[in-house]
Design a protein around this ligand. Sequence first.
Ligand code: BGC
Ligand code: ZN
Length: 385
Amino acid sequence: MSPSGPATPGTPATTMRAIAVTPGKPDSLHLREMPRPRVGDVPGGRGALVDVVRVGVDGTDREIIEALFGTAPAGDDFLVIGHESLGRVAEVGPNVPSWLVPGTLVVATVRRPGDSVYDRIGMQDMTTDEPRERGINRLHGYLAEAYVDDAAFLVPLPDSLEAVGVLLEPMSIVQKAIRQAFEIQRRMKVWSPARAAILGAGSIGLLAAMALRLRGIEVAVYSRRVAPYRNSELLEAIGARYFSTTDTSLAQLAAAAGPFDLILDASGFSPLAFGAAEILGKNGVLILVSVTGGDRTAELPTDHINQRFVLDNKVMVGTVNAHRDDFVAGVEDLLRSEAFYPGWLAKLITNRVRGLEHPEEMLLHLRDDRDAIKVVVEVAASQRA
Ligand code: BGC
Ligand code: ZN
């Protein structure tokens, strides 16, 4: 029962439940009762109260749960996790934009502005400050019954995306990566990528394959497991080719599916990301998106890689988080994906946990199910106290 006593029918609840950790403390994942946010918590009448529908979890959440990552907000000793949200607006302040009305399906961006020059122009994804990210760094996340935020950080989705909209945050990471590649390649004046390699066939790799296929690019995905398995079949269904690191070397991959104008690493295995520098095509771009928390080292043919980078005008770039525009672009790609490959995105949601009441079950799926693609918590299915 909640500390404030049972909720009386008809009276708005003053508390809610959330899944949290004590950052830095392993095995501290827990369900907790906390004050329910109010629309007036955001000044200037720009707040929106959002009822959470479902939340996806990823490797960042796993690292936070394992106490390798994550920071509590100032004044709290806990962090509500969850940064891949989907919710419905319940209540809005008087000064929100007119597109935001109760009932609107929304996804919230993750990073909030600090003080750097980038933050001041809405580019907190490029901040030079210590980042503040909901559910990750210094701000509570969305694995709760509800959240409140400034309307400026919400992105509307059409109702037709209710089933797959929870994939928008990971899709925004992909959108930023692709946008970075095109921004950088403006140096080439006429760059028009024909062939891409994606390293890693997890949810980011799969969404990247979709986004590149939607742009008419030939895609080869290179990952550990031997085909056929679910992910390789999903890739085949959208006309991408799958290669396994077990029986194909990087050189063989390049011979079979290159030369690559673009390589995107989402493998989480840094030796592979840096090794792939060797097979990047002339004038190509290698984009790194994996946050690798370990301290792995590798021996690589650096003279050869260096020489080819110089003689072939190649570039390698890291990218983190996403601008609000990348979420908006992501909505378009989710819609186009549903139009061209109906039902494909829903197949990425492989594991569902019903309600907030089973954080340990969520962790089991996230940590131990090697067949899982995307694990989600069905927050709206929670039992009200
Ligand atoms: C999130 C990003 C975040 C990054 C680093 C990722 O899992 O999706 O929004 O910037 O972790 O904290
Ligand atoms: Zn993430």
